[in-house]
Design a protein around this ligand. Structure first.
Ligand SMILES: O=c1ccn([C@@H]2O[C@H](COP(=O)(O)O)[C@@H](O)[C@H]2O)c(=O)[nH]1
Length: 273
């Protein structure tokens, strides 16, 4: 029997430390790297990130949108990037933010969670906007494939607050119920921005991982992550993209900086700032 996603993520967090690096080949970053905004540019960019970070971080998060811009040629690069990351031995969190009615969710689950799919990831991001229950089939599929899902709860962008504050409690309740009885983590993580001023709900019963984007370009620091998540800091996976991707020559050093700072703050070794 294979290890569950929760067990693999726990092992990676303990072994490598708490950091996820994004692969976000935006037009601006491709230009900054001196690459063409083309599928070939995407491929060069993604390969460079994989080579520099895949052996030192717990997880890597390709942002699907930047690959989808190029249609089937971009998706082909995404498939190769996922394969390269898996081969390199890091966890792949595919940021696709999918959410739909149950029959359509089944197709998304087949695309992103079925072991045999060329786009299969260790975990994907899902949107609960059609109701937490609409994600049940995808969660079942994740468990069957030893994969996981991260459901948007309180995202890092400030304009989300008004809408998400109305429903985050339901998302937390659904995730907590789905994770009951699993160890060390259940299959359902939450996306909670590292930029949030405070947590509106206690996460101590979640029994699942927390993906926390927003480090760097969106203003959050490792100290903010530790302060925000306090009692559940052991379950947090902070994520950073643009700030480590700004200069191809510094991708590895910036990654190691963020990884070590997050580890120090989340373990309580670093002095709070
Ligand atoms: O709440 C969320 C959920 C996802 N994201 C995604 O993460 C990266 C962040 O990039 P940075 O360059 O580190 O700001 C990007 O792909 C977002 O789509 C998020 O920012 N917030």
């Amino acid at each position: 029997m294979n290890d569950s996603f929760g067990a693999r993520l726990r092992a990676m967090l303990d072994d490598r430390g708490p950091l996820c690096v994004g692969i976000d080949p935006s037009p601006a970053l491709l230009t900054a790297w001196g690459l063409d905004d083309s599928p070939a540019g995407l491929e060069r960019f993604s390969r460079t990130v994989v080579e520099n970070v895949a052996d030192v971080v717990a997880a890597v998060k390709p942002q699907s949108a930047f690959f989808e811009r190029w249609g089937s040629r971009g998706i082909a690069v995404l498939e190769r990037t996922i394969a390269d990351l898996r081969e390199a031995g890091t966890l792949v969190l595919l940021d696709v933010k999918r959410g739909d009615i149950d029959s359509t969710m089944a197709a998304y689950a087949e695309a992103y969670l079925d072991r045999g799919s060329p786009l299969a990831a260790d975990a994907v991001t899902l949107s609960p906007y059609l109701g937490f229950g609409s994600l049940e089939g995808a969660i079942t599929s994740a468990v069957a494939n030893d994969a996981g899902v991260f459901v948007l709860a309180r995202t890092s962008n400030p304009e989300a607050a008004g809408l998400q504050q109305l429903v985050a409690g339901q998302v937390l309740a659904g995730a907590t119920a789905a994770n009951a009885g699993h160890s060390p983590f259940g299959p359902v993580g939450l996306v909670m921005g590292a930029t949030l001023p405070e947590l509106e709900d206690s996460l101590t019963d979640l029994n699942g991982p927390i993906l926390a984007p927003g480090l760097g370009a969106q203003g959050a620091t490792p100290a903010d992550v530790a302060r925000l998540f306090g009692p559940v800091r052991h379950a947090v996976l902070p994520s950073v993209s643009r700030d480590v991707l700004a200069d191809p020559k510094r991708v590895r050093s910036r990654t190691l900086f963020y990884r070590d700072e997050c580890a120090a703050h989340l373990s309580g070794v670093a002095a709070p700032s």
